[in-house]
Design a protein around this ligand. Sequence first.
Ligand code: DAT
Ligand code: MG
Length: 150
Amino acid sequence: MERTLVVVKPDAMQRGLAGEIISRLERRGLRIVAMKMLHMDDAMAKKHYAVHEGKSFFEGLIKYITSSPIIAAVLEGPKAVEAARNTMGKTAPTEATPGTIRGDLALEIGYNLVHGSDSQETAKNEIPLFFTPEEIFTYERDIDQWIIES
Ligand code: DAT
Ligand code: MG
C-alpha cells in the first residue's frame, strides 16, 4: 500500500490546527501508520528540504520549520501521495481551492500549515528521516473494507 509523509508545520501547531489537519486526512480514509511530535533541528530541516537548497526562500524555510515542535506522520492508502496532496491544496494558499486545508485555513506560502510528499519516490526518501521501520505499523482497520477496494 502506498505511503506518504505528512508534517503538521509550526504555524499549524501554534494555531491549534493539528487535530483539524490530521482529522481531515484521516476522514478522507487515509490510515495513520506512524506518528510522532518532534522539534526539527537545523541539520534535519536542511536534509528534509535539501531539494530547495540555494533558492531564495531556503533560509526562511529552515528558520520556519525549526521554529516550533511539529507532528510528523506516515499515512497509507491507495494513491496516498495524491490523496494527501489534494486534501492539502496548492502550495500557495491563495491558489488552493476552498475545501482544501490550505484553501480553507491559510493565506501565505510561508505559513501553509502542512507538508506532504510530492511523489512515491520522495515519500520513500522522506519517511526514513523521521521514522525507523519499527515505528511504522502494519495493520488493518475493520472499516477498511468500506474505504479500500481489495
Ligand atoms: P509543497 O510544500 O507544496 O510541497 P514545495 O516543496 O515546492 O511545496 O516547497 C516547500 C515549501 O517551501 C512550501 O511548502 C513553502 C515554501 N516555498 C515554496 N516556494 C516558495 C516561494 N516561492 N516563496 C516562499 N516560500 C516558498
Ligand atoms: Mg514539497
